[in-house]
Design a protein around this ligand. Structure first.
Ligand SMILES: [Zn+2]
Length: 164
């Protein structure tokens, strides 16, 4: 049994970690987009790199809405909704990134290639922080039935009675 103070501290810890993660992704995407800007001078390429590197995280909304009907910013940023058990993260998938790379080469499209590259950098940064090295393969998540406890064995979870 944990106290409400422990619970608040846990939620605060998770929220700070997640906000720092987002800030790191924004910084990395801005740095990459700057390099792209220096090389190509294309505003479209800059926007693609920033959007792919940051907006990939919108797939967390899908996971959130699969368990919560009402949108609550605190609950969302603390990611306590994952306690309910499922992690889909459709965009965080190496398979999707590989397909985009192939499409970029096939179409000779620098935009598609840069989108794949920026997504790959984002997922690589996320991947480095996980104990389960295959968690960002969609097929691996599917085989494990999207079960958060199998996919994120290193995550800290709230006891059942304290879940939101
Ligand atoms: Zn991410």
């Amino acid at each position: 049994m944990i106290t409400s103070k422990d619970r608040s501290a846990f939620i605060r810890r998770r929220t700070v970690k997640n906000l720092l993660d987002i800030a790191a992704h924004v910084c990395i995407a801005l740095a990459l987009s700057f390099l792209v800007w220096k090389r190509s001078g294309s505003l479209a390429h800059v926007l693609i790199v920033i959007c792919a590197g940051v907006l990939i995280d919108v797939d967390h909304f899908v996971d959130y809405l699969s368990v919560q009907r009402r949108f609550d910013l605190t609950l969302f940023f603390s990611t306590t909704y994952i306690e309910k058990g499922k992690v889909y993260l459709f965009l965080h998938s190496w398979e999707l990134i590989a397909l985009l790379f192939l499409l970029g080469f096939w179409l000779h499209s620098a935009g598609v290639f840069l989108c794949a590259f920026s997504l790959a950098v984002h997922v690589a940064v996320d991947n480095l922080q996980r104990r389960q090295p295959f968690v960002y393969f969609f097929i691996f998540r599917l085989i494990n039935k999207f079960d958060v406890r199998k996919l994120f064995p290193d995550a800290e979870f709230l006891p059942e009675e304290s879940r939101p």
